[in-house]
Design a protein around this ligand. Structure first.
Ligand SMILES: [Zn+2]
Length: 409
């Protein structure tokens, strides 16, 4: 029986997406000048990849529901009857919201509590879309900018002092530092998130005005939080022209720039926001997001504070562990997924035998021939395939190629 299948990712045209990278990757024309934000190579209930079975187009989700053996016993026993991961290509043109994700336990409790209260799954104020955690690993495909975790207490002190408009915030922060409280970051962040909108506007308006001219004249470096704040002022206005308090977070979280091939892992509780660039992202199959601004979507401060870890984070940039020539694994503690990057020269091979969990692969550069006992087909740039648990396959590179693989560790 056939056990490897070409699949076609589901495109998400969210407004923050770029207009070129994904259409070019997928060999599509963007005649309507649409934003192409994400390609989902998964079996998520909201949007599944498609495949062709006996001449009929079906969703990968439908296929897995009807052929659970493709998931394999190990996955079914550990994660239930579903693909444990969601694999994506993202092209971020406009910054995304500041967010945190819950732990598995918190997601289960929260989901069932909201179900009990009868809040519809699609309601604006619904926090928990499912009962799963959402750790995420990503690898940059271009220079990639993001916010990731809190800076150290000292670094926050320095940055607040350096922005004249933050004088009052800086003084408040000093008082917290001198107070004998344990969780200084918690009190400070809570205060920012609960501050009146009037006060937020009073602080941010003069900052927006000061930065705008320098920003328009390209005088601010991307390495400065001022650049991203100025960009946020341009794109993120709340109803009534109010200022988005998410801008504060641009200064107090680590601003990270990943180079192509570098990755980062975001576990439960780590605040983060993607600012700009293209990446490959692999996450647990979940949609549970708590937002802290830079968005017009639902912000629930209580929930956000409950799930955020208020500790300094030193960003751990992943370069991947070389497990074989040209094969790098981006290791994380998440049991749900593993991301592998494969570089092949002309005619070089990459073989996987008797895989114990389903794998999803996409060609990001070049082309490979996929060989399997039942099948052989050419996979070109932007094309993807799904390998069932228990299958084996070999990739043979046609010219130099770069392939990303999602699997279960
Ligand atoms: Zn996230």
């Amino acid at each position: 029986m056939k056990d490897v299948f070409r699949i076609k990712g589901a495109i998400q045209n969210y407004a923050w997406g770029g207009k070129e990278f994904i259409p070019k990757l997928m060999n599509m024309l963007n005649v309507d000048d649409q934003p192409f934000a994400e390609v989902w190579l998964g079996a998520h209930q909201r949007s599944s990849a498609k495949m062709n079975l006996d001449g009929k187009e079906i969703s990968l989700k439908f296929f897995l529901e009807n052929n659970p053996q493709a998931l394999g016993d190990r996955v079914i026993n550990n994660f239930g009857n579903r693909l444990p991961y969601l694999f994506k290509v993202l092209d971020v043109k406009q910054m995304l919201s500041i967010q945190t994700h819950p732990t598995k336990k918190a997601a289960e409790n929260g989901f069932y509590a909201e179900e009990k209260k009868g809040i519809p799954i699609t309601a604006f104020n619904r926090n928990y879309k499912d009962d799963n955690h959402k750790p995420e690993v990503m690898v940059a495909m271009t220079e990639f900018w993001l916010l990731h975790g809190f800076k150290s207490l000292e670094a926050i002190e320095d940055v607040l002092k350096s922005v004249p408009e933050f004088k009052m915030l800086s003084e408040y922060y000093q008082r917290i530092l001198f107070r004998g409280v344990d969780n200084k970051l918690f009190y400070f962040y809570k205060n920012l998130m609960e501050m009146s909108q009037k006060m937020v506007d009073e602080i941010l308006q003069p900052l927006a005005e000061r930065l705008s001219l320098d920003f328009i004249e390209n005088k601010i470096s991307k390495k400065s939080p001022d650049y991203w704040a100025a960009l946020a002022f341009q794109n993120n206005r709340l109803k009534g022209g109010h200022f988005d308090r998410g801008v504060f977070s641009i200064y107090i979280f680590n601003l990270v720039c990943l180079q192509k091939g570098e990755g980062i892992f975001q576990d439960a509780g780590i605040p983060h926001a993607y600012l700009e660039g293209v990446n490959m992202e692999l996450m647990a199959n979940s949609d549970n997001v708590f937002r802290g601004g830079l968005t017009i979507k639902h912000v629930d401060v209580n929930e956000l504070l409950k799930h955020m870890i208020f500790e300094e984070v030193v960003p751990n940039v992943l370069t991947g562990t070389e497990v074989d020539k040209g094969v790098k694994v981006y290791q994380t503690p998440a049991p749900d997924f593993e991301l592998t990057r494969v570089f092949l020269n002309d005619l070089e091979k990459y073989s996987c035998e008797n895989i114990m969990a389903p794998e999803t692969l996409i060609v990001m550069e070049g082309a490979v021939k996929v060989q399997n006992v039942n099948d052989e087909f050419l996979l070109e740039k932007g094309e993807a395939f799904f390998a069932s648990s228990g299958s084996k396959y070999t990739l043979v590179s046609e010219g130099a190629s770069e392939v990303f693989k999602a699997s279960v560790p």
